[in-house]
Design a protein around this ligand. Structure first.
Ligand SMILES: O=C(CO)COP(=O)(O)O
Ligand SMILES: O=C[C@H](O)COP(=O)(O)O
Ligand SMILES: [Zn+2]
Ligand SMILES: [Zn+2]
Length: 363
């Protein structure tokens, strides 16, 4: 049984100064691709399921799939994480299905569209932290709303996110507020907003500091050196994946993602979890388009799903190496959620702050 909590993984990543990609799962091929990649380079794994994934695959199917993956690869620690939980009920049911980590995204209201007040975010996140930590399960919170600093638009591309114009204040996490938020909620990891957005259309040019505010990460890390930071919307949208889709009948307008070297810069400043979904979606779609274009007589799904899985494996493997998690799986001995629950109860996992603030986590 190699299931592990996010907190234990990120503590290890911080100690050894690396980052971990978190890949989204919806089906068996994606699960196998992630695990084959991790096995090839000896990396621990974060697999995450969105609410959409849970309703697409069915909670029971997802839970059994993760059990199967952990059994096939018993030597790889696997964290199963709820991506963008929209309220306590979503997080609680994820825990019931064996997730070892949940994201309570209180930057948006329960509709996952309307930007929430700071007070609401603190209250709902704190509630989920109390519930999850008593089960030994980790919690990621989010402060600041994802969206484009180029256009000011919130991101509604993949069905959640705000559909309108936001101010820079809303699109960039405030470092002072981040300190207060971590202190008041006791989250294990904090997702911050600094110009990334979900999906393929993040930037209309290779991003610079005006539209990808890595300085916000550096400032938050300076104030919260012991808090694990999370970057959402961090697919790199590689040119070769855009090209293969377009070469085989796709119509994706030219676009730019988050360059891997910017993520590596983030990892030097406290970023420990990096969410990547779009790159894998594009890799699979490109491979499927290619097979169907080249072999129009083909009708066995395995003929295109196997190359799709292989294309995703390559992306996952590259990210494990680029973010530095490769080589660490066999160094980690997973603690049970029961052990983690005791550690939370004892206070040893409470947020540690720089001496200057003198705050302690309320939990
Ligand atoms: O942040 C993500 C999931 O929470 C995924 O981001 P991308 O769309 O950039 O892959
Ligand atoms: O939001 C992050 C992931 O890309 C999941 O997207 P989804 O909600 O369409 O499953
Ligand atoms: Zn999304
Ligand atoms: Zn996200």
């Amino acid at each position: 049984m190699a299931r592990i909590t996010l907190r234990q993984l990120l503590d290890h990543a911080a100690e050894h100064e690396y980052g971990l990609p978190a890949f989204n799962i919806n089906n068996m091929e994606q699960g196998l691709a992630i695990m084959e990649a991790a096995d090839a380079v000896n990396s621990p794994v974060i697999i995450q399921a969105s609410r959409g994934a849970r309703s697409y695959a069915n909670d029971i199917m997802l839970a059994r799939m993760i059990d199967a993956l952990a059994e096939i690869y018993p030597h790889i620690p696997v964290c199963m994480h709820q991506d963008h939980g929209n309220g306590p009920a979503t997080c609680a049911t994820a825990i019931q299905y064996g997730f070892t980590s949940v994201m309570m995204d209180g930057s948006l209201m329960e509709d996952a569209k309307t930007p929430a007040s700071y007070e609401y975010n603190v209250e709902v996140t704190r509630k989920v932290v109390q519930m999850a930590h008593s089960c030994g399960v980790s919690v990621e919170g989010e402060l600041g709303v994802l969206g484009s600093l180029e256009s000011g638009m919130g991101e509604a591309e993949d069905g959640h996110g705000f559909e309108g114009v936001l101010s820079h204040d809303e699109l960039l996490t405030d470092p002072d507020q981040a300190v207060d938020f971590v202190g008041q909620t006791g989250v294990d990891a904090l997702a911050i907003a600094m110009g990334t957005s979900h999906g393929a259309y993040k930037f209309t040019r290779k991003p610079d500091g005006d539209v990808l505010a890595m300085n916000v990460i550096e400032e938050i890390h300076r104030r919260l050196p012991n808090t694990h930071l999370v970057m959402h919307g961090s697919s790199s949208v590689p040119q070769d994946l855009q090209d293969i889709i377009n070469q085989y009948g796709g119509e994706m307008p030219q676009t730019w993602g988050v360059p891997v070297e910017e993520i590596q810069r983030g990892i030097k400043h406290g970023v420990r979890k990096i969410n990547v979904d779009t790159d894998n979606r594009m890799a699979m779609t490109g491979a499927i388009r290619k097979i169907l274009a080249e072999k129009p007589g083909e009708f066995d799904p395995r003929a295109y799903l196997k190359p799709a899985k292989e294309a995703m494996r390559k992306v996952c493997q590259a990210r494990f190496v680029e973010f530095g998690s490769a080589g660490h799986a066999d160094k980690i001995k997973a603690l049970s959620t029961a052990t983690m629950a005791r550690r939370y109860a004892s206070g040893e996992l409470h947020a540690k702050f720089g001496a200057s603030t003198g705050k302690v986590a309320a939990e």
